[in-house]
Write a protein that binds this ligand. Structure first.
Ligand code: GRF
Length: 198
């Protein structure tokens, strides 16, 4: 029997990308083994529970240091032994040590056309700069914040009357399409992260 392509999804909040991954998983080659949140109140946890997916809460506040928090996170992930770790609105910057531990196995989705606009408030900054094109990137997570190799992107036109909210909504819609597609492409070997020189 072929090895199941199991993933772990890390979240902090609403989990709409998680929902898209859950919905697509029913007609895909990957399975979600667990969802881990660093916030006990993350709405995304309920989405996982409703779908019968194991959930874990690991909050940094319960530990004396970020190091201990990441050790606990790493232990839990290692126990689950996923093929891929999928960050979906996980609002914690992972340390270089953590990234090294799971090198080449962690991906993230970011609401901009990287390398443009790494970091926060991307929609606001795009509007302030009067950009005509914005978008979403899925990238491999490396030690550089939002700086790992880009795996896939999708562009969104910025409309003259766009607000942060309207732009965020359109980008998010694209996120929900592209993220499951990338995970599926990885699951079936259409994309291989080992191709990257990291
Ligand atoms: C998305 O915009 C994603 O690109 C960013 O965080 C947001 C998460 O949204 N990394 P959700 O929790 O998946 O709804």
């Amino acid at each position: 029997m072929q090895d199941l392509y199991n993933i772990v999804v890390l979240i902090s909040g609403k989990g709409t990308n998680l929902q898209a991954l859950i919905d697509a998983s029913h007609r895909s080659s990957y399975t979600i083994s667990a969802v881990i949140s660093n916030k006990a109140k993350a709405i995304g946890l309920n989405r996982a529970k409703i779908s019968g997916i194991d959930t874990y809460v690991i909050e940094q506040e319960s530990f004396n240091s970020k190091l201990e928090f990441e050790e606990s996170l790493a232990t839990r992930i290692s126990e689950i032994n996923p093929k891929l770790i999928v960050l979906a609105g996980f609002m914690k910057v992972l340390s270089p040590q953590f990234v090294k531990l799971f090198r080449g196995k962690v991906i993230n989705i970011h609401p901009s056309l990287l390398p443009e606009y790494p970091g926060l408030n991307t929609h606001q900054r795009v509007l302030e700069d009067k950009k005509k094109i914005h978008g979403v990137s899925v990238h491999l997570v490396t030690e550089d914040l939002d700086g790992g190799p880009v795996i896939a992107q999708d562009a969104v036109y910025v409309r003259p009357d766009d607000t942060v909210e309207s732009l965020a909504k359109r980008v998010l819609e694209r996120e929900h399409i592209i993220y499951p597609k990338v995970v599926e492409s990885l699951a079936i070997g259409k994309i291989q992260l080992s191709d990257y020189d990291i």
